[in-house]
Write a protein that binds this ligand. Structure first.
Ligand code: SF4
Length: 319
């Protein structure tokens, strides 16, 4: 992994929203890299800022502060024309395949629209490219004139994937791409994304709300809580030796298939709800639910540190 070059670099990224007199710090100073060909899983409960981070990274939202570099070049100050060209490199697959496809457009036109925006093909070539993309995601190319409602949920997500692939991107933010699907089809979509990654050298940021979903697809996993990244490590290291009490609690909630281990394992039940992101606790945002909280956790924000090689966390236990 270390030999791969860096495709995406995120530096001190912040995205705040003003709501009335309040400021919602949806993404509050996160920094990380994604290597070329890597899948970085990003996990956290709803409202933790993971989807906002994905959107800000693609400049679907303008960042409040910070920088995002693609192949070493900042995308933050690109003008509209330059950003349009950059969008060919960076695409998104959305959570809800029902809502993200225009019900009045045929599948051929949904995929073709992406080709049109970037003038990639016209006439017979356009049709052949659409059919090629449908085959790539294991859909019948003959069905290009059908409408989204004529497909199942899993098939609609494949259409969303084909649309993203139409412009031959290098990087895709997958925003909870399987959460809205039946469990029976989730594995098929994950397998498809993995096959496509292998075939096309894609790099993914894979956003999910629970750790079990990203375990198999991710090379590394980041955990977010109330707008902050609290831990980031290679998948094996994170699952075998989580350092942050929040990650430890999330992992302890995943059932283990072995009944013997399942019976004896210790579960960490978090107290209370996630606090409002409008008014997060002082110091460590997790302190109101943390079983290991100490007085200093209220007084100061824990620094993001590399605790072991490649294993980062923000927690006063490691200061
Ligand atoms: Fe818990 Fe303190 Fe670490 Fe926050 S900094 S996770 S409250 S021990």
């Amino acid at each position: 992994m270390d030999n791969r070059d860096t495709l995406i670099e995120v530096r001190n990224l912040k995205k705040f929203f003003t709501i009335g007199d309040n400021t919602l710090k949806a993404v509050n100073d996160i920094s990380f890299e994604i290597k070329r060909g890597e899948t970085l899983g990003v996990v956290g409960e709803s409202g933790c800022g993971k989807s906002t981070a994905g959107r800000t990274l693609l400049r679907l939202y303008d960042a409040t502060e910070g920088d995002v570099l693609f192949e070493g070049k900042s995308i933050m100050n690109l003008n509209n024309q330059e950003m349009k060209a950059m969008r060919r490199n960076m695409q998104m697959i959305f959570q809800d395949p029902y809502a993200s496809l225009n019900p009045r457009m045929t599948v051929g036109d949904i995929i073709g629209e992406a080709l049109d925006i970037h003038n990639l093909a016209s006439g017979q070539k356009r049709k052949e490219r659409i059919q090629e993309l449908l085959s790539l995601v294991s859909l019948n190319p003959e069905h290009m004139n059908r409408f989204p409602h004529e497909f199942s949920g899993g098939q609609r997500q494949r259409i969303g994937i084909a649309r993203a692939l139409a412009v031959e991107p290098k990087f895709i933010v997958c925003d909870e791409p399987i959460s809205a699907l039946d469990v029976s089809v989730q594995a098929q979509v994950v397998n498809l994304l993995e096959q496509l990654q292998e075939k096309m050298g894609l790099t993914y940021m894979f956003i999910a709300h629970d750790l079990s979903m990203v375990k198999y697809i991710s090379d590394r996993v980041a955990v977010m809580y109330l707008g902050k990244m609290v831990e980031l490590a290679e998948s094996d290291a994170l699952y075998e030796k989580p350092l942050h009490p929040y990650t430890q609690a999330l992992l302890s909630a995943i059932p283990i298939p072995d009944p013997e281990i399942e019976r004896n394992r210790e579960r960490i039940v978090l107290q209370g709800d996630v606090p409002s992101p409008m008014n997060p606790p002082s110091g460590c945002h997790f302190r109101t639910r943390c079983p290991k909280a100490m007085p200093e956790c209220a007084a100061s924000v824990p620094q993001w540190k590399e605790i072991e090689p490649g294993h980062f966390a923000a927690c006063h236990l490691y200061n």
